[in-house]
Write a protein that binds this ligand. Structure first.
Ligand SMILES: Cc1ncc(COP(=O)(O)O)c(C=O)c1O
Length: 395
């Protein structure tokens, strides 16, 4: 008997349920901003999280190139706790703390590792984490790694959260954790109410700003700043892989918090530091994000008009004001059909299926960028309505 034969059976089951995933070769279009190339085709890119269109910004690439070729070389050679903590880190972390108006900041290799390391450093056995049901998988995995009790509250349901908080008297430490903008729904967390509950029940509060940094806040600081609750949020996490157009992540808060993470966050301690060229690119991107007021305004206007056009055509779009505009299809099969129909209309937009989203709520996730123009998105909205009709998605 072949001990690995179960894998093919497992893959057959996934394919039978329209849940199999495959990797598709993709390149960014060099001549058309906001477009990508698949095989022979150039498609409108409504897939990427390049919210400010910075992923091809020449100044960021130039900073990376200089650090790579003239200053630091290709690799960081070790964990940050050994010899990997090269000079660009200190400057970047000081700038991040200044931007977020907090005491200190710590850069991680990516958002997944930042969440994994932070949650598992803050809580352990005997503690409780209150987590929105639709939080990102990296938060869920951090809770699993921590061995704390995982208490999931219904999405954005503050009455349910309060009910759970009331019942959890015995836990040693308590942490509420939420995405600020939900990655697959594009709606946002009720941060004022979360702050109130944090105070009333004496919990820590952590907010994942992966999809909000660069997009919300006067200088792109995120939704906590836009809603003026940043002082009350103990732990702010964000990624550089989305609006920054680079890679990596940060956790920002008090000095003791950052010292704790340096000592206890396993995905910081037990991994090699990001290459210095990436850190240099993030540093340059931060300067651009802080001053990208026009890009933010353009993106907000595009998102409002695009959402309105789809809703007026009778499509079931999730309400919100972020550049993430999901169109609910229901079954995974219908969502896949719709994604294929969109590709025939020249649009790349992924079918998001369980387990990424709850069963029965498979969807197309449209993700907009400041690199798009209103004319392109007006045309795209017409194509989307046609593709929805072809796939049977019209309400
Ligand atoms: C809400 C949220 N948190 C964390 C992450 C992980 O970030 P990264 O892609 O930098 O690992 C993502 C995206 O993938 C996300 O959507």
């Amino acid at each position: 008997m072949n001990a690995m034969s179960w894998i093919e059976k497992e893959l057959d089951i996934l394919a039978g349920e329209s849940l199999e995933r495959t990797l598709t070769d993709t390149a960014a279009s060099r001549s058309l901003p906001g477009h990508l190339i698949r095989g022979e085709e150039t498609l409108l890119d409504l897939t990427s999280n390049d919210y400010l269109g910075l992923s091809r910004h020449p100044d960021i690439a130039d900073s990376m190139r200089r650090a790579l070729l003239e200053e630091c070389g290709s690799g960081s050679t070790a964990s940050r706790l050994l010899s990997g903590n090269r000079s660009p880190y200190r400057e970047l972390e000081a700038e991040l703390a200044d931007w977020q108006r907090k005491e200190a900041s710590l850069v991680f290799a990516n958002g997944y590792m930042a969440n994994l390391g932070t949650v598992s450093a803050l809580v352990g056995r005997g503690d409780a984490v209150f987590s929105d049901r639709l939080n990102h998988a990296s938060i869920t995995d951090g809770i699993l790694l921590s061995r704390a009790e995982h208490i999931r509250y219904r999405h954005n349901d503050m009455e349910h959260l309060e009910h759970m908080l009331r019942r959890s008297g015995k836990a040693r430490r308590k942490l509420i954790v939420t995405d600020s903008v939900f990655s697959m729904d594009g709606d946002s967390a009720p941060l004022h109410k979360l702050v109130e509950l944090k105070h009333n029940y004496g919990t820590m509060l952590m907010v994942d700003e992966a999809h909000a940094e660069g997009v919300y806040g006067t200088d792109g600081e995120g939704l906590c700043h836009a809603m003026n609750v940043h002082r009350e949020v103990d732990v702010i996490m964000g990624t550089f892989s989305k609006a920054f157009g680079v890679y990596g992540a940060h956790v920002t808060g008090s000095r003791p918090l950052i010292s704790l993470l340096v000592n206890k966050a396993r995905p910081l301690v037990y991994t090699t530091a990001l290459p210095p060229s990436i850190v240099a690119g993030i540093y340059r991107a931060l300067g651009i994000v802080r001053t990208s007021h026009d890009r933010r305004r353009h993106l907000r206007e595009l998102s409002g008009r695009f959402r309105q056009r789809l809703a007026q055509a009778g499509l079931n779009v999730v309400p919100g004001d972020s550049p993430i505009v999901p169109l609910i299809a229901g079954s995974s099969g219908v969502a896949l059909c719709m994604s294929e129909a969109l590709q025939r209309h020249g649009i790349a937009a992924p079918a998001i299926r369980p387990p990424t989203v709850p069963a029965g709520s498979a969807r197309i996730r449209f993700s907009l960028s400041a690199a798009h123009t209103d004319a392109v998105l007006t045309k795209a909205a017409e194509c989307i309505v046609s593709a929805a009709a072809e796939a049977g998605v019209l309400a």
